[in-house]
Design a protein around this ligand. Structure first.
Ligand code: MN
Ligand code: MN
Length: 440
């Protein structure tokens, strides 16, 4: 944060906050440049560097963005959360094209409770945090080197995307074949409902990843943990079940809530191939996939990689795509015919307007670490409003990815028909595409 660096910007001068020029942290004021344009940005409480009021809630904040656009709106006089308002210029001053009532379609991991364990942490965005998101839930998890996400299973399928570092994952298929693999940033996994699994951080920094579950009501606090199960099973039953004396279970963890779930452990010294020896051999099912090693679809403004049951059969209930959108470029106007879209922003800043039919539309701004959502069928675009590549994941509760391009829709409709619908000239009609531009 810097002091008032522009005393020459006084009252009455209108400026725009171009957050698009941002660099680094979203909370660093230096990332913002001041330009003349549609969104007014000025210091409403200061003139000549002197406070205009002694009221205890009036603060001097230079170059604050104001909810003024094209002559409508007015400055904010009351309390404000400037850091948040700077993140969301299209909420602070809603575009003229927005209309009607649309539920909130954004929640940030910064606002999610982070549950800490000795081996790392996890924070979740579920239907409780983002009520519009009724199909999928997400978890952002970190494991230190050697840190375990305990052996567990759950009723929901789990789709995982490695954001950073390395991890070892284990699973067991229903035929009794074990699975072990080491994954790194850019890899994904999918454990179908009920399949028991574990994750362990490896290497110098361990790992961080995103999990997507095919039920919006999922909670990381409600999974079936092996230690929790044992703690709630009579000792004589454990003894009978495993054919050993009760004393074998004398040292079971007692405070599962605080000492298990995510806890520190010892990094494996054996290669993944040697981790488990059994006569029936390893699982023929591939629960992991090198997502970022896939050849992407290249578009004018970026790249798209799609993964679903067609190229990763284990992902039978969750389809996904990862998009890289270059600065100033945009994932084109499109919609999905099969299900809602759950988004995770991996890098950069984005603007999205969701068109909900019936004259309704609402624009949202997102940055890395946010989750977005698009209900089934609603038209949308995602524009990179930063100066670095904008990377986002889109996930669907479906066995396949599907989308329709507005451009291709019109390009493959009779020209006269399109002309009479939208009053477009021939020059514009000639530019319509018969393929999908994807990122423009
Ligand atoms: Mn899990
Ligand atoms: Mn989409």
């Amino acid at each position: 944060m810097r002091p008032n660096r522009a005393p020459h910007i006084g009252l009455g001068l209108n400026y725009i906050l171009v957050g698009a020029l941002g660099l680094g942290s979203l909370f660093d004021e230096d990332q913002y440049e001041v330009h003349r344009s549609a969104i007014v940005c000025h210091n409403s409480h200061q003139a000549g560097g002197r406070p205009m009021s002694d009221l205890p809630w009036v603060d001097s904040k230079p170059e604050a963005p104001e909810p003024i656009r094209d002559g409508r709106g007015a400055s904010i006089l009351g309390p404000r959360n400037l850091a948040r308002e700077r993140e969301v210029p299209d909420l602070l001053a809603s575009p003229d094209t927005d209309a009607g009532t649309i539920p909130n379609l954004k929640f940030s991991y910064a606002d999610a409770r982070n549950r800490l364990g000795s081996g790392g942490w996890a924070r979740e965005i579920t239907i409780r945090e983002l009520p519009a998101a009724t199909t999928l839930a997400g978890v952002n998890m970190r494991l230190k080197p050697g840190g375990y996400r305990e052996l567990h299973y759950h009723k929901e399928a789990e789709w995982g995307f490695m954001i950073a570092g390395k991890a070892r994952v284990t699973a067991l298929d229903t035929s009794g074949h074990p699975f072990v693999d080491d994954v790194e940033a850019g890899d994904i996994w999918n454990f179908p409902a009920g399949v028991p699994h574990s994750i362990q951080g490896l290497g110098d920094e361990g790992c961080e990843f995103l999990l997507v579950f095919d039920d919006a009501n999922f909670s990381e606090n409600e999974t079936f943990l092996i230690s929790d199960w044992f703690a709630h099973t009579p000792r004589h039953v454990l003894a009978k079940n495993f054919g050993v004396p009760e004393s074998a279970f004398a040292n079971l963890p007692t405070d599962v809530e605080k000492t298990r779930w995510i806890f520190s452990g010892t990094e494996p010294t054996v290669a993944k191939e040697d981790a488990i020896k059994c006569p029936q051999g390893p699982s023929p099912i591939r629960y992991t996939h090198r997502f970022l090693k896939q050849e992407p679809a290249k578009a004018a403004g970026g790249t798209v990689r799609v993964v679903d049951s067609r190229n990763f059969p284990a992902a039978s209930t969750i389809a996904a795509a990862i998009n890289v959108v270059e600065p100033g470029r945009m994932r084109e106007l499109h919609w999905h015919p099969n299900n809602d879209e759950w988004q995770y922003f991996v890098r950069g800043r984005a603007r999205m307007t969701v068109f909900a039919s019936g004259g309704k539309a609402r624009t949202f701004d997102y940055c890395a670490g946010d989750v977005g959502y698009v209900p089934l069928g609603m038209g949308h675009y995602l524009e990179n409003i930063g100066d670095e590549p904008m990377v986002f994941l889109e996930a669907f509760k479906s066995d396949h990815f599907a989308d329709f391009s507005a451009n291709q829709w019109l390009g493959l409709s009779p020209r006269q028909m399109v002309k009479e619908h939208l009053n477009l000239d021939d020059e514009t009609l000639s530019k319509l595409r018969q393929d999908k531009p994807l990122i423009v």
